[in-house]
Design a binder for this molecule. Structure first.
Ligand SMILES: O=C1O[C@H](COP(=O)(O)O)[C@@H](O)[C@H](O)[C@H]1O
Length: 244
């Protein structure tokens, strides 16, 4: 299991600069080694300024493929859509071919069908399988956490936390479905980068890094890439009371 690298940055804007640097370095390395860069995005508020910065960068966009680690079960043009936010902040502002954008569809009557369809799409794209150890391997997975310790759409004490035989499943946020990467899918990534800002995340961080704590209460504890890098970027206000 990889040891996490934890960086506490002065403020949210320094954190965004650092995240952009890391994503660019991983992108350049992936393109040099494998001729393509695959990244899964997170949603919520924290990553939006990062996406705005990445929109200003120069990358061979035809070699960049965009995925999501989770999606709210709302139409693509809904204000809560994770894909919608990333399109406005970044993807619609660079010459990225439409076929390089791989959103989780949210139009099936049954979210379980949407999860299965997305998993099939990933397997076709990556040449992967729905078997533990054979899940798709992304170059970078960006994640955030909620004050409740959730990450992606893996919420405390929900069934999604236990799913090991699929890469994609249905999450449950207060009874509302979400589509999400499973724990073993997250742990296949070559590089996981968490972005965490704000004092309302302090308690969750203390529990996530505690020597002993209940992982079903604090799901981000379950993110421990097998071989990949694990990088936590915290701003001062989130990370200042963290004792390691
Ligand atoms: O609901 C979600 O929340 C988390 C954290 O969001 P933030 O607004 O506190 O940054 C996010 O990582 C996840 O992708 C999203 O669906």
């Amino acid at each position: 299991m990889t040891q996490p690298k934890i960086e506490v940055l002065a403020d949210a804007s320094t954190l965004v600069q650092r995240a952009a640097e890391l994503v660019m370095a991983e992108a350049q390395q992936a393109i040099a080694q494998r001729d393509r860069f695959t990244i899964a995005l997170s949603g919520g508020n924290t990553p939006k300024p990062l996406y705005e910065q990445l929109a200003e960068k120069d990358l061979p966009w035809s070699k960049v493929h965009i995925f999501w680690g989770d999606e709210r079960y709302v139409p693509a043009d809904h204000a809560d859509s994770n894909a919608g936010m990333a399109r406005k902040a970044w993807l619609d502002r660079v010459p990225l071919p439409a076929e390089n954008i791989h959103p989780m569809a949210t139009d099936a009557a049954d979210p379980a069908d949407a999860a299965r369809t997305h998993e099939q799409h990933l397997n076709a794209f990556f040449g992967s399988k729905s078997e533990p150890g054979q899940f798709p391997q992304l170059d970078v997975v960006l994640l955030g956490i909620g004050p409740d310790g959730h990450t992606a759409s893996l919420f405390p004490h929900t069934e999604a936390l236990q799913v090991c035989d699929r890469s994609i499943t249905v999450g449950n946020k207060d009874g509302q479905p979400r589509i999400t990467f499973t724990v073993p899918m997250l742990n296949r990534a070559r590089c996981v980068i968490f972005l965490v800002t704000g004092e309302n995340k302090r308690t969750a961080l203390q529990q996530i890094f505690a020597e002993q704590a209940d992982s079903s209460q604090w799901p981000a504890r379950l993110v421990q890439p097998q071989d990949g890098q694990l990088i936590w970027l915290l701003d001062q206000s989130a990370g200042q009371e963290l004792t390691l």
